[in-house]
Design a protein around this ligand. Structure first.
Ligand code: GAR
Length: 198
């Protein structure tokens, strides 16, 4: 079995797009792959309820309970390991991860970032793209490496920046594309992943 563990902090629309795609494309039958768990650092993350509706295991590891990033990441790893992951998918997971955590999952840790990396790593990507006068913006799916929002690129989507765009309208246009490219990038990796005993 190839278990996918998704980490979220908020609404989880990318998570939902991945779950929908897994069902539509029968990832279980085709690749022996399933979304095994959704883990959040926030108990109020909207995506948790949706995951439960799909009978997917959920867990919360509240970062505020830990004095250091290392302690949080250690506990996060414990929660992830319960599900024997082949792939760990960051989907709007708004925590900076320690190098130790990243190294542990290197090669099977993915992120989606709402900019055309390497442009605009970090936060407020859409406002920064507008302020810089960019005519195009977008999103990037990449392998996670210890440097924030870097790492080998798997998929990218490009959208126009329109003259009257606000950060919100641009974000909404980009998000539609995120929901296309993230499931596609994951599906492309599934045949090559190793799994655990079912
Ligand atoms: C998405 O736009 C994602 O690209 C972004 O957060 C949003 C989460 O939305 N991620 C980052 O900014 C990571 N640095 P969602 O919870 O609806 O999927």
């Amino acid at each position: 079995m190839k278990n996918i563990v998704i980490l979220i902090s908020g609404g989880g629309s990318n998570m939902a797009a991945i779950i929908r795609c897994a069902q539509r494309e029968s990832w279980l039958e085709s690749f022996g792959a399933r979304v095994a768990a959704v883990i959040s650092n926030r108990a109020d993350a909207g995506g948790l309820a949706l995951a439960r509706e799909h009978r997917i295991a959920t867990d919360v590891v509240d970062h505020r309970r830990f004095a250091t990033r290392e302690a949080f990441d250690t506990e996060l790893s414990v929660a992830i390991e319960r599900h024997q992951p082949s792939l760990v998918v960051l989907a709007g997971f708004m925590r900076i991860l320690t190098p130790q955590f990243v190294q542990r999952y290197q090669g099977r840790l993915l992120n989606i970032h709402p900019s055309l990396l390497p442009a605009f790593p970090g936060l407020h990507t859409h406002q920064r793209a507008i302020d810089a006068g960019c005519r195009f913006a977008g999103a990037t799916v990449h392998q996670v490496t210890p440097e924030l929002d870097h790492g080998p690129i798997l998929e990218r989507a490009v959208v126009p920046v329109l003259p009257d765009d606000t950060a919100e309208t641009l974000a909404a246009r980009v998000l539609v594309q995120e929901h296309q490219i993230y499931p596609r990038a994951i599906a492309a990796l599934l045949p090559g992943l190793s799994g655990c005993a079912p």
